[in-house]
Write a protein that binds this ligand. Structure first.
Ligand code: BTN
Length: 273
């Protein structure tokens, strides 16, 4: 058991000890966030969501959220650090049984596009998706996404979509991070931001569920950092120039390098920004 205070888990709107309403779902969604599990502190909302899902406690669209994530997990084994009470750190449980395993990258596309939609609504226009799913404003990262799928035969039994969005934090250990507050020069209500983001997320997920894969992929590529322009990359210790030409069915990055097409998976390549 990686978390404590399990008894505070609630399927009702959640309150802090001073009775101030912390998270209340008013999002206009069919299922996303309609079940909310709040814990004041946990290691990782993805790990907690996975544990609760394995006990069949969560239904599709359930959100697990915390104010203090102490061991947030990122891609490539990285950690996700966040200051208590300043940002959104949560995970959404999906059961995308309709989606063939070979199309699982579309969950990444849905999530990335939902964040782009959310930021656009906050008038943040210089948003880009850095492949596969870092969300940048300018060249700084504002949001990280960690998607963990459980696959059974040819379908995806369960997907845990972990989202960390920097909202009100103003100081970061690295210069490559930013927040909505730093970009917009004002503070935001976390509950309102959560509700808005869940609406955007469900809209994109329903787009996927109704088979609009081509449209989703086109919008993802239109918002992809460096798409169809020359950039620098490092793979296997080799630094080279290439142009992002496409993203393959399995989410691999397809580059044109010296007029030849090359494919790279997540751990095989890094951008040089
Ligand atoms: C990355 O950029 O490497 C991905 C970071 C993902 C962080 C989120 S915060 C909520 C959820 N719980 C986790 O442990 N990680 C994700």
């Amino acid at each position: 058991m990686l978390f404590r205070n399990i008894q505070v888990i609630s399927f009702q709107p959640t309150y802090k000890s001073n009775q101030k309403l912390l998270y209340k779902i008013f999002a206009n969604t069919l299922f996303t966030g309609q079940r909310l599990v709040f814990v004041p502190e946990c290691h990782s909302t993805n790990s907690l969501a996975s544990e609760l899902a394995s006990q069949s406690i969560l239904s599709e669209g359930a959100v697990v959220i915390t104010s203090n994530q102490t061991a947030g997990r990122g891609q490539r084994g990285n950690v996700w650090e966040t200051t208590e009470g300043m940002n959104l750190t949560f995970s959404v449980l999906l059961k995308p049984g309709f989606l063939p395993v070979k199309s699982q990258f579309y969950i990444t596309i849905v999530t990335s596009m939902a964040i782009v939609d959310f930021l656009k609504e906050q008038s943040v226009t210089s948003t880009k998706i850095k492949w596969p799913n870092d969300i940048l404003v300018g060249q700084k990262k504002i949001c990280g996404i960690l998607i963990e799928n459980a696959v059974q035969r040819d379908s995806i039994q369960q997907s845990i979509v972990g989202i960390g969005v920097n909202i009100n934090q103003k100081e970061f250990a690295v210069q490559t991070a930013t927040s909505l507050s730093l970009v917009a020069k004002t503070d935001f209500d976390l509950n309102q931001m959560l509700n808005l983001l869940l609406e955007k997320f469900e809209r994109r997920y329903l787009q996927l569920r109704s088979g609009k894969l081509t449209e989703l992929k086109k919008e993802y590529l239109d918002n992809l950092f460096g798409f169809r322009s020359l950039g620098s990359f490092i793979s296997d210790g080799r630094r080279f120039e290439g142009t992002i030409d496409d993203v393959g069915e399995n989410g691999e990055l397809i580059l044109l390098v010296d007029s030849k097409s090359e494919r790279y998976f997540l751990k095989e390549i890094a951008f040089v920004i």
